[in-house]
Design a protein around this ligand. Sequence first.
Ligand code: OGA
Ligand code: NI
Length: 330
Amino acid sequence: MAATLPIIDLQELQQSSSSSGKLREACEHWGCFRLINHGVPVSLMSEMKKVVGELFDLPIPVKRRNVDVLSGSGYIALSSMNPLYEAFGLYDIGSTAAVHEFCDQLGASPHHRETILKYAEATHGVAMTVAAKMAESSGVLASDGAGLFEDWACQFRINKYHFRPETVGSAGVQIHTDSGFLTVLQEDETVGGLEVMDPSDSGYIPVDPVPGTFLMNLGDLATVWSNGKLRNVKHRVECKEAAVRISIATFMLGPPRYTVVEPPAAFVDGGRPRLYRPISYEEFRVMRQITDKQAGEALELLQGPAQPLSTKFDVNSLPADVLAQIQDID
Ligand code: OGA
Ligand code: NI
């Protein structure tokens, strides 16, 4: 029988602690799960999908105005390297000013703006709530976890896959893990293609879209934060049919600028010493980019004695232009 993804009911999780074990198991074994009863109105999800579809129809020079502070996080045009994939990006949706700036860049109408603001607030809230529940279900004490994720940065990436008859069978996005802590993904409600790694046999299983729900993915930073307990799920997008596919991802990345990620006490003890050296999200992201280790292998570079700090990677040794980019993040 084909494996099926765990389903987590957020309302149930908030009302009783009985499903807490199910959440922990999903995060440790799968590194992903489908989230239902999350409180974001289906009407807002479908309106957002319509709005972003309209943004992709803007003239290319307007789309190019979506520039952003993180490298690769603004507009990504179709290219000969990647003729299927186009995207908008925004960092950080926790900042209302940044969301307004994104709307200004694209000359969004008042309706577009209102929808984007509402959606950003809603998915930001989902990420924060689920992250807090993940901490709780892993035994992170309230005193350790209170306000733990409050100021963590969240990035939007809005993806459009231009699948055509001749691209059926090819990859839309290669196998990767997400670099951050937790991803809230609104998949296209009709066009599938996303596949996640089945931990029991390392094969990939198709994730069929379920309208009105989110697919939640844990990324590399969740593994660092949990001292290796929570799984960073590998996934990819395959072109299965000749149709446009739009997905909207909210990535909860990590603690703000240069704050290093340290596992809470619940994840570290004598029998389970520290696996990774402390690192900030920005440093880790650049390290992934320059080493081109996009499928979780970058974590190996963080292994080694925590004290003194390993010198396997020294951010100051980066080329000046890369350094300038990460230092530009605000
Ligand atoms: C991503 C991703 C999946 C999708 O943007 O990291 O995995 O369905 N997207 O578009
Ligand atoms: Ni991804």
